[in-house]
Design a binder for this molecule. Structure first.
Ligand code: FAD
Length: 487
């Protein structure tokens, strides 16, 4: 049995699930506050923190993927131990956690405090054909796949004599007018336009942005209005108050107009839902997110904290509502979770979560952006400079390399070699693990078991809690299915 008093050696163990905005900050702030007085284990399928807001620039060939992937070991204090794997068992009462490592070995350990920061996955709506034919945009594998796929489509169009096939290959449909869909469309349009010209095509690729509401409808009106204007001025076909009714192998059908748009590229950016890990946890949830109090504690489980996209945290600025799923909230909540975990272990005092809206930036590629830092409304080059400065300041590492990539982009043509390392079956839309390509080893679940996938192994021994029991590698994380009809 694990007790709040910790190990016989007196060092409590804190396990953090997830190394994204919230988990990364939680581990860092806890380590800074407690140093060697705590053992911190961060379980995450990737060994890096992913700076998601710049992912569209990876798909557009501006940034190399490693620029926005900051190694956890390089950016976190040495006392934080990274356990590579995907958590599939959470026993909140028994203070035990289990995860599957990349080689299919199941591990278990005990904890004195737990921070759940598992983020979110794609929200897949029951639209016929979408799971088979659409592509998501949440992780590095998907961005790499998309970059290669766009290059491939343009090159196949360039050598195609059939005008209908050529048109379909040069058409991209993006569903969802939130920040992901808007930024991917903005960056992707410029990328394919340049690409088509470089391959001798006279046509400009067609990008269609389909959105049920207005562009960036959840954000400040200034951002949405300007993003919409920039996209339309460039020639993007923006369809608001519209939805996709069906996706097939040769295109999509829209619901309001009934129009069929021939395409080989359907991007699904309709939003996210919390990680499936939360589904069977037995705690109170709100729209799939773990309900936490203002101190980020999970009611009924004083040793468990939740933050980021995975947590429904009361928004004191908007009484009765929960904080939005944004990087800003996740980062600040993570920092606070670290502080409050330390306080719960006798180091410092707990604080409630409150935030001040510092504004938002939307980079639209080229020299276009929209931003409202501290309420100041900016567009064009000033907004672009603010957006890039903000991103550089917010990244926990790789700043010089990122800035050099931006400089190269301004001086040189983009690199358009298509390596084809990530193919469509590796990035199915309904994945519970969009951060890792699907393959036959270890996690994600539903894959064939790895070579040593027979039993659980007690990891980080020397703690109270006894030996590990054998556990099934099948956990609460959803299985994955290959995208059968993927292109
Ligand atoms: C393309 C894109 C652009 C965006 N742009 C912006 C923007 O400009 N501004 C903004 O504010 N927000 C933006 N967001 C949203 C923002 O990135 C998220 O709100 C933020 O990442 C949430 O942080 P998080 O720590 O909760 O989750 P994440 O950053 O997603 O981190 C979750 C972590 O949990 C890990 N994990 C998941 N499941 C498990 C498991 N079972 N076991 C162990 N680990 C697990 C993941 O690997 C990951 O490390 C964007 C999102 C996307 C996809």
């Amino acid at each position: 049995m694990t007790s709040d008093e910790g190990t016989p050696s007196g060092t409590p163990r804190v396990v953090v699930v997830g190394g994204g905005f919230a988990g990364f900050q939680a581990a860092r702030s806890l380590a800074r506050r407690m140093g060697d007085a705590v053992e911190i284990v961060l379980v995450s399928p990737t060994n890096y923190f992913l700076y998601l807001p710049l992912l569209p620039e990876v798909a557009a060939g501006i940034l190399e993927p490693r620029r926005i992937s900051v190694a956890l070991a390089a950016a976190l204090p040495a006392c934080v131990r990274h356990a590579p794997g995907e958590v599939d068992e959470l026993d909140l009462e028994g203070h035990r956690i289990g995860w599957l490592d990349p080689e299919g070995v199941h591990h278990e350990t005990t904890f004195d405090r737990l921070v759940i920061a598992a983020g979110s996955v794609h929200k897949v709506l029951p639209v016929p054909g979408v799971t088979e034919y659409a592509q998501g945009f949440r992780g590095v594998p998907e961005a790499l796949y998309l970059r290669d796929h766009l290059i491939r489509q343009v090159e196949l169009a360039a050598m195609c004599d059939d005008p209908e096939e050529r048109e379909a290959r040069l058409t991209v449909v993006v569903v969802g007018g939130g920040y992901t869909g808007t930024e991917v469309t903005a960056q992707g349009f410029l990328f394919t336009k340049e690409l088509a010209a470089s391959r001798g095509l006279t046509e400009v690729p067609r990008w269609v942005l389909v959105s049920r509401g207005d562009v960036l409808s959840g954000l400040d009106e200034h951002l949405g209005r300007n993003a919409d204007r920039v996209l339309r001025e460039r020639g993007v076909d923006v369809r608001t108050q519209e939805q996709v009714e069906e996706a097939t192998g040769d295109g999509v059908r829209l619901s309001s107009s009934g129009e069929h748009i021939p395409t080989r590229t359907l991007l699904w950016c309709v939003g996210v839902r919390p990680d499936p890990l939360i589904d069977d946890l037995g705690v109170e949830v709100e729209q799939g997110r773990i309900v936490a109090d203002t101190h980020l504690r999970v009611p009924g489980h004083p040793h468990v904290f939740a933050c980021g996209d995975a947590a429904a945290v009361p928004d004191r600025a908007r009484p009765g509502e929960y904080t939005a799923m944004t990087a800003q909230h996740a980062e600040r909540q993570g920092r606070l979770a670290g502080r409050n975990v330390a306080a719960s272990l006798g180091h410092g005092r707990m604080r409630a979560y409150k935030h001040r809206d510092l504004g938002f930036v939307v980079d639209l590629g080229g020299f276009d952006a929209a931003a409202n830092p501290l309420g100041v409304k900016l567009t064009g080059t000033p907004a672009h400079v603010v957006a890039r400065g903000y991103h550089l300041m917010s990244m926990p590492g790789n700043r010089v390399r990122t800035a050099v990539d931006w400089l190269m982009e301004a001086l040189l043509p983009r690199q358009t070699a298509q390596l084809g390392l990530v193919r469509s079956p590796a990035v199915p839309l309904d994945s519970a693990s969009p951060e890792v390509p699907q393959h036959g080893l270890g996690f994600p679940h539903g894959s064939s078991p790895g070579p040593s996938d027979q039993s659980s192994r007690e990891t980080f021994p020397g703690r109270s809690g006894g030996s590990a029991e054998a556990a099934s590698p099948e956990g609460s994380v959803e299985g994955t299915s290959p995208a059968t009809g993927a292109r």
